[in-house]
Unconditional design. Structure first.
Lengths: 57, 147
C-alpha cells in the first residue's frame, strides 16, 4: 500500500479514536505497532514512494 | 549476491529522500497518532487491572486476605474461591514481590504514554507480559512443591 495513504489511514483512525473510542486492545496495539514501523520508514521513503515501492517497504 | 542495503544506497542517488520539512510533518502526524493509541492502550489496560482487582476483592473473603485468586489480564471470568485453601507465606511473599514490580512497570508505561514514546510503551508492555508469565510459572512451581 502507498506509504502516505497508509499514514493518512493511521491519522484518520487516531482522530476517530479520539472522537469515538471504540477499538479494542488488540486493534490499538496493532495500530501502535504500525505507527512505529512507519516512523522508522519515513526517512527512507523517496519522492513518490518510489524507493519504498522497489524495496517492498 | 548484493546486499539489499547497498542496493538501497545506490538507488538513493537516483531517488532523493522526501524534503526534510515534509518528513518532519509526517513524523509529527505519526507521533500524534501514536500518542492517541498509546493513551487508549494505557486506559484499557488500567481499566482491566482495576476490574480484575475489584473481581478479586469481591470473590475473596476478608478472612483469607483475598489471597486465593491469582491476578490475571483482560476480561476474565471470576473463579470460584476455594474456602479450604490457605496460601503459604512463600506464595504471599512472591505475589507481593510481583505486584510491586507490576506497579512499577505500569507507572513506567504511563510515563512513556504521557511523553508520547511509543517504543517505551511497547517495551514496558512486553516487560509486563514477561512478568505475568514468570508469575504464572512460579505459582505453578510453588503449587507443585507444596502438594
Amino acid at each position: 500500500m502507498d506509504f502516505q495513504v497508509r499514514i493518512g489511514d493511521i491519522v484518520r483512525a487516531a482522530r476517530e479514536e479520539m472522537q469515538n473510542p471504540s477499538r479494542n486492545l488488540k486493534e490499538l496495539v496493532s495500530l501502535n505497532d504500525e505507527v512505529s514501523r512507519l516512523s522508522r520508514l519515513v526517512p527512507r521513503v523517496g519522492i513518490g514512494g518510489f524507493l519504498q515501492a522497489i524495496n517492498g517497504g | 549476491m548484493r546486499r539489499p542495503v547497498r542496493r538501497i544506497e545506490r538507488l538513493r542517488i537516483f531517488c532523493p529522500a522526501l524534503p526534510k520539512q515534509h518528513q518532519e510533518e509526517l513524523q509529527t502526524e505519526l507521533r500524534n497518532a501514536g500518542r492517541v493509541f498509546a493513551n487508549r492502550i494505557f486506559e484499557i489496560r488500567n481499566r482491566n487491572v482495576e476490574r480484575n482487582r475489584a473481581a478479586t476483592q469481591r470473590q475473596a473473603p476478608a478472612s483469607n486476605g483475598g489471597a486465593n485468586v491469582q491476578p490475571s489480564r483482560g476480561n476474565v471470568r471470576p473463579v470460584q474461591a476455594r474456602v479450604d485453601y490457605k496460601p503459604t507465606s512463600a506464595y504471599v511473599e512472591m505475589r507481593e514481590r510481583y505486584s510491586q514490580k507490576l506497579r512499577y512497570l505500569l507507572g513506567l508505561q504511563q510515563h512513556y504514554a504521557a511523553s508520547g514514546n511509543a517504543y517505551g510503551v511497547n517495551r514496558s508492555q512486553a516487560r509486563i507480559a514477561d512478568l505475568e508469565k514468570k508469575f504464572r510459572l512460579e505459582s505453578i512451581a510453588l503449587a507443585a512443591v507444596n502438594q
